[in-house]
Ligand binder design. Sequence first.
Ligand code: MF3
Ligand code: CO
Ligand code: CO
Length: 291
Amino acid sequence: MISRNDPCWCGSGQKWKKCHYPKENPTSVVVNQALQYKKQYGILLKTETQIDGIRRACKLAAHILREACLAAKEGVTTNEINDLVVKLHKEAGAIPAPLGYGEPPFPKATCTSLNDVICHGIPNDIPLKSGDFLNIDVTSILNGYYGDCSAMVAIGKIDPEKKRVMETSHECLMRSIAILKPGVLIHEIGDIIDEYAGSHGCSVVDQFVGHGVGINFHESPQIPHHLNELKIPLAEGMTFTIEPMINGGKHQATIDPIDGWTARTIDGHPSAQWEHTLLITSTGHEILTLI
Ligand code: MF3
Ligand code: CO
Ligand code: CO
């Protein structure tokens, strides 16, 4: 049997691999990479059809998040924000992913994380008051596809520490998004976030991470925001979140033993988070949860 380094059968004098060796066509390159990422990392590289569905789910989540943020005002309760999120999903023929998710089943349609709550806050009947700030996290399922995003809202005037963590977490998200393209290693995201947060007097939560998303709520890979050694290269067709949780004090979290969800800072200092769902394209990235 002729091997790659033998002279080509056509008589050109060149090696077979440089001459008539069958080339992979672009479709088989894409398929091979998808199979490799699935096998090696458990990562689903999405097809054009899937990306289309995920893009729609992301636009809806972003739209609902914007409405929820506009509704968050002094005197309004987080349960009222939750009701709005339920209504907007219903109107769009979509499902809010958090409701009933996980163990114990998450009891509401959205997460509202106030002041020292890092993430997974459960909406309640306490009215928002001036000086509060909160993260609202919306994940929508539309035609089976998932879009996940979150943002901060300040109620009235917030103190300088809250202002600092709110701005720092947003900057951490946008700076880490800016480097995304095929070949970038996952740990480079955490490198940027850790550096920026540290140099602004903030700490980075390591107990919760970003994640693959699109076909399922939480897919492989994990996207840590803290320093890490994950050397997985980003590839075209990956869809995942970055959602840095940035604390004013210590980085550690405690989980409420009664509800099993609410994650708070251990020292009572404030925490802030922003989240986008991202797509890796052939040349860079697309922020799917921008309106
Ligand atoms: N939306 C959150 C995230 O960004 C997850 C919330 S889990 C829930 O990954 F059960 F609380 F909804
Ligand atoms: Co997420
Ligand atoms: Co989210």
